[in-house]
Design a binder for this molecule. Structure first.
Ligand SMILES: Cc1cc2nc3c(=O)[nH]c(=O)nc-3n(C[C@H](O)[C@H](O)[C@H](O)COP(=O)(O)OP(=O)(O)OC[C@H]3O[C@@H](n4cnc5c(N)ncnc54)[C@H](O)[C@@H]3O)c2cc1C
Length: 338
């Protein structure tokens, strides 16, 4: 069988996860990852990277559970290996707290994280504005380390990397037999997907090594996530907001809200501020289609639109995308494979 040329567009956590899965599982394919921005300049780089998810409305819960569990198992194996510090993957324990008791007290992922339980009244006493809470251990995956680690793994599997902007899929039509689109927010223009929109997020990195446990308000807007080298405090969720500059009003609001949850933060030194745009969509798009490119029918597998949960779901959706790539190869006319 001749080598099939596969292009993966995107060097964020979704693109690199997908590229690694394909390159390792299908050694007969030559895989090239193409992107205009690489670590440390992708959205993935600044994400807190805590494994956690909300439910997407139109995707079966079974499929979403698979995505979460596959990612969790993959990262858990790394967290418990000597690669953990280099890959930026660690276990993280803490609390999610709610001002009102939520309708669903056991989210769909509660069986996959470690030791999920309802907080006791005595634990809740330190959060007087909150009436209900969940305690559990999950994983924190820091993409500023994880992406370079994945890139090394991709190259070891024979993958190649190219830095350039892809203005249209047509550009890749004659050089590749199959295209995998992991361009996140870029899909809005690259494949004209009007359903993709940004949800702006601003965070601060602070030095507070005495903080060991995460605290997340159930509204998703206020959180404190201790990491390997600093603590991420946030945040904002501004839909349709494309601004990438730091907003001073947001900084003050973040420090005030997080300080109410953890007063000792007033002693923390601010190390930096960062803004990213979550590549949001009603549901992530993990599906395949065939597109006419330069007179050829070329299979395209899409994997984008993970919103605020891209680090959480990257490996799970990458395995799903790999399954779609295999289906495309299976359905290709015989002469394309010979
Ligand atoms: C403040 C904040 C906190 C977050 N916290 C978490 C968290 O705790 N847990 C979690 O799971 N998620 C979190 N997220 C969400 C997470 O960051 C995203 O879901 C994830 O990074 C999406 O990854 P991606 O690979 O799809 O996109 P990106 O990281 O944006 O990568 C897209 C890639 O595609 C490339 N690209 C796009 N268009 C083109 C083109 N035309 N040509 C060439 N290349 C192109 C880009 O250059 C880039 O390489 C957070 C996000 C923010 C903003």
């Amino acid at each position: 069988m001749k080598t099939l040329r596969v292009a993966v567009i995107g060097a964020g956590v979704v693109g690199f996860s997908t590229a690694v899965c394909i390159a390792e599982a299908l050694p007969l394919c030559s895989v090239t990852l193409v992107a205009d921005k690489f670590s440390p300049d992708t959205t993935s780089d600044g994400a807190a990277g805590i494994l956690f998810a909300a439910e997407f409305p139109d995707i079966s819960l079974e499929r979403q559970k698979h995505w979460f569990r596959d990612s969790f198992d993959h990262l858990m194996a790394i967290a418990c290996s000597p690669s953990a510090p280099e890959a930026g993957v660690m276990l993280s324990s803490g609390w999610q707290i709610f001002k009102e008791v939520p309708a669903n007290k056991r989210p769909f992922w509660s069986d996959y994280v470690i030791g999920f339980r309802t907080m006791t009244d005595s634990e809740l006493k330190r959060f007087p504005d909150h009436r209900f809470g969940q305690a559990f251990t999950t994983i924190k995956c820091e993409c500023s380390s994880y992406l370079p680690w994945l890139e090394k793994r991709f190259r070891t599997a024979g993958g190649r990397v190219e830095q350039r902007t892809v203005a249209s899929l047509q550009e890749l039509g004659s050089s590749f037999d199959l295209i995998v689109n992991c361009s996140g927010l870029g899909s809005k223009t690259l494949v004209g997907d009007a359903q993709v929109y940004p949800v702006r997020g601003q965070v601060l990195k602070v030095e507070a090594p005495w903080l060991q446990h995460f605290i997340r308000d159930g509204d998703g807007k206020t959180y404190i996530y201790p990491g390997m080298h600093s603590v991420t405090v946030g945040g904002t969720r501004q839909e349709g907001d494309w601004r990438l500059q730091v907003d001073q009003g947001d900084t003050e609001s973040i420090l005030e809200r997080c300080g109410r949850l953890e007063p000792s933060l007033s002693k923390a030194k601010v190390l930096g501020e960062w803004v990213g745009l979550r590549p949001s969509r009603r549901n992530p798009r993990v599906e395949r289609e065939t597109v006419l490119l330069r007179g050829r029918q070329v299979p395209v597998v899409h994997n984008y639109g993970h919103g605020g949960w891209g680090v959480t779901l990257a490996w799970g959706t990458a395995l799903d995308a790999l399954g779609l790539v295999k289906q495309c190869l299976h359905d290709m006319p015989l002469q394309a494979k010979l």
